[in-house]
Ligand binder design. Structure first.
Ligand code: UD1
Ligand code: CA
Length: 491
């Protein structure tokens, strides 16, 4: 079945009570995306174009985040407590809403939960294919769990066909022994869903409208082996488990998909969408986030974090470096302990060394800032060396200004460049200079108080200090003797 005919409904309007948090689980970050976005992306990946996310009104602030994609709409559940109520809200939105989603009575609806961020997109594809092939009213995805605590159990009759789903809370002692559980993924067409949802009541221990009641004799379950993907986030413990699975799985995929070397798959934090390449080496405790891509042969040492950045081939990122929204050319060396804030672009074989902070700046090829510097709003040409302790003073207290430093130049140690200032190609700046004027090509910029040496100073100075100390001691001794005398009288 062409997946573009299917509409996805993600139910995510619950109250997150079990999370014991000031925030809703729907907005918890797993990698660089909120939980619900993972469900949206997996459905899109499965080829589903139209998705309705059902939220409660307290989650209005995530609507804009979710609907950046044209195919994603948000509906609000305002009535009918329970998972069935959320699907009703989704169907009502389809029938009444202001949208361009093409649908008819026979349009298949794939329902999934917003709190299951680890489901593979091909699980959705397989469930949809199963629905088409079986030609039954309702299909669901199930899995086997050694510890099924908390999950709805799939109850089968003597011939092995699905009878119903019973929630953990409502299950009999025998039903609690069932290890096949409901994953919360279902497919049915709009007409069937509307009919079945209309019949659901609240005769259960939670007094809620259970979506699981759409599963009746005649429904069919497709059972998946990989149970881990259905980990639902109901508590903070579940969330910790989901994070662990997510990062370990991504580390393994990073090796498998790209040919990377990962030193410790249990201790790296690589987001799902990060692109790697052959022989990228990742040391423990490295975080790679968002839309980052890493080129062949690049090595990232411990404690580094790279966010939404493009790193070319054979780059070395030494320990404890942070790279945000930046582009690094081939053969660049960074760190240890460098901080690249957003908006930097570094040329090939350039170097940003120990305790250097950069933002909105560019370095040409072979340019080096090896130690202890702040480079902000600065454009530097190629083959230039920036000395230790150099500062571009880009902020005048009101506005930010730009510094330009040309190619083949040499900036001495401890230089302060007061922006806006333009240093031409082939120039030099003497150590300790405060640059307030442009420096033309081929010139040396120098601003220094001339040094003078005072002969025989040290000996005279030390002698003066020593005699000062001696006379201070003598006068202190006198005052102590005077103070002590009266006490003796009283004894
Ligand atoms: C649900 C299923 C259970 C299944 C499990 C799989 C029901 C009654 N139970 O249980 O059979 O094994 O998922 O993970 O469906 N939600 C709403 N509106 C509501 C209540 C919940 O949109 O009024 C949303 C939640 O935000 C969540 C999803 O529905 O994304 C599931 O709700 P949750 O309370 O987590 O159900 P479970 O107890 O996990
Ligand atoms: Ca859940």
């Amino acid at each position: 079945m062409p997946k573009q005919d299917t509409i996805g409904i993600i139910i995510a309007a619950g109250n997150s009570t079990r999370m014991n948090s000031n925030y809703y689980k729907q907005e918890y970050m797993l990698g660089s995306k909120i939980l619900v976005q993972h469900a949206v992306d997996a459905l899109k990946h499965a080829g589903i174009q139209w998705i309705i996310v059902v939220l409660n009104k307290k989650l209005e602030h995530i609507e804009n985040y979710l609907t950046q994609d044209d195919g994603v709409h948000v509906a609000y559940q305002t009535a009918m407590k329970g998972t069935a109520g959320a699907v009703v809200a989704g169907i009502n939105f389809l029938n009444n809403g202001n949208h361009k989603i093409n649908h008819s009575n026979t349009t298949p609806i794939l329902i999934t939960c917003g709190d299951m961020p680890l489901i593979n997109s091909n699980t959705y594809t397989k469930t949809l294919d199963f629905y088409t092939n079986k030609g039954v009213d309702v299909v669901l995805a199930s899995t086997e769990l050694t510890n099924p605590f908390g999950y709805g159990r799939v109850v089968r009759n003597l011939s092995g066909s699905v009878d119903k789903i019973v929630e953990h809370k409502d299950a009999s002692a025998n039903e609690l022994k069932i290890t096949e559980v409901n994953t919360g993924v279902y497919v049915a067409n709009i007409q069937t869903l509307s009919k079945l949802l209309g019949k659901i009541g609240t005769a259960n221990s939670s007094n809620e409208y259970y979506l699981t009641d759409i599963v009746t004799p005649g429904s069919k379950a497709l059972t998946f082996d990989d149970a881990e993907q259905f980990t639902g986030v109901n508590t903070k413990e579940d969330f910790a488990l989901a994070l662990k699975i997510y990062y370990k799985r991504n580390a393994i995929m990073f090796i498998r998909n790209f040919g990377a070397i990962v030193m410790d798959i249990d201790n790296v934090y690589i987001d799902h969408d990060v692109q790697g390449a052959k022989d990228v080496t990742v040391y423990p405790n490295v975080t790679l986030q968002g839309t980052t891509s890493i080129g062949e042969g690049t090595t990232i040492h411990s404690g580094s974090r790279v966010q939404n950045s493009t790193i070319d081939k054979n780059v070395t990122l030494l320990d404890g470096s942070i790279i945000i929204d930046s582009t690094l050319g081939e053969g660049t060396t960074i760190g240890p302990y460098a901080y690249l804030r957003p908006g930097n672009s570094l040329g090939t074989n350039s170097k940003v060394g120990t305790f250097v902070e950069m933002k909105k700046s560019s370095l040409g090829n072979n340019t080096k800032v090896p130690h202890l510097a702040y480079i902000g709003d600065t454009i530097v040409g190629s083959n230039t060396n920036i000395g230790c302790g150099t500062i571009t003073a880009n902020y005048d207290g009101l506005n930010k200004h730009t510094t330009k430093i040309g190619s083949n130049s040499f900036v001495g140690s401890g230089v302060t460049l007061i922006a806006p200032v333009d240093v031409s190609d082939n120039s030099m700046i003497a150590a300790g200079t405060v640059v307030t004027q442009d420096i033309p090509s081929d010139a040396l910029g120098i601003s220094r108080t001339p040094q003078r040496n005072i002969d025989s100073f040290v000996e005279r100075y030390r002698k003066a200090k020593a005699s000062q100390k001696a006379s201070q001691k003598a006068s202190q001794g006198e005052s102590i003797t005077r103070k002590k005398a009266p006490r003796k009288v009283h004894k």
